[in-house]
Design a protein. Sequence first.
Length: 282
Amino acid sequence: MSTPALPRSRAAVESVGAVFDARHRTGSTNADLLAAAADLPDGSVVVTLDQTAGRGRLDRSWSAPAGETLAASVLVRAALDDRDRGWLPLVAGATMRDAVAAVVGAGPGTGARVAEPSAASRPEPGRRVLVKWPNDVLVDGRKVCGILCQVAPDGSVVVGAGVNLTIPADRLPTPTSTSLAVAGATADAPDLADAVLSAFWSDLREAVVALVAGGAAAETVRSHVRAGCGTIGTRVRLELPDGSAVEADAIGIDDDGRITIRDRDGSVRGVAVGDVTHLRYA
């Protein structure tokens, strides 16, 4: 497999003086960018269609069949305060949601058939592509993309994304996964990767500029994150870092980016870190 061309993405990145590094194969685009971050300008990208040692949130492995998945990492070097830095993973999920939605459209998928959610659990019309808090991108309730943000030694942030592009239904890594092809996209892997990455990169940069500006611009970004979060309004199982788990109703995202839940006793609290399962899709 040759190194992906990704012409739109390359042109956008290089137009602002950033570095676009497309690799034939690598262990982890996040690791590569973290190691080189100090010498690279804001907006630089490392990308491959063959990542061999990717990781997800909570140190989970990320299955990435060669030539059928996109792994891309973007360097964010911006004067974000502590609160807005905490919002960055959520903003990344929202911008990837928009990029995926543009590729798969709002109507029913036309790709390979997979088991359908029940009528009661099916996403509402117009909300086919959603984010599971904090930043898993779902199509029809199934995961198509994961996001991992890591802080580089120089204080910049590497935003990594893994997207299932053309994995067929019978080779998806888990029963709750999907791919752009299964969801109805018909282009080949390099073209899908280029479309998704170019939109994700440009929208992420615009959102970061708005967060730095603060005020109404930043609040518009946070409102957009909330609007695309499919966890809000859903019954969830939340596994916490201490090993405990709770079932609760997710009712919002607070000003610190925490998922707000209402427990069985009616008490309301924000949770900053946890692994969410949407029980209506379980």
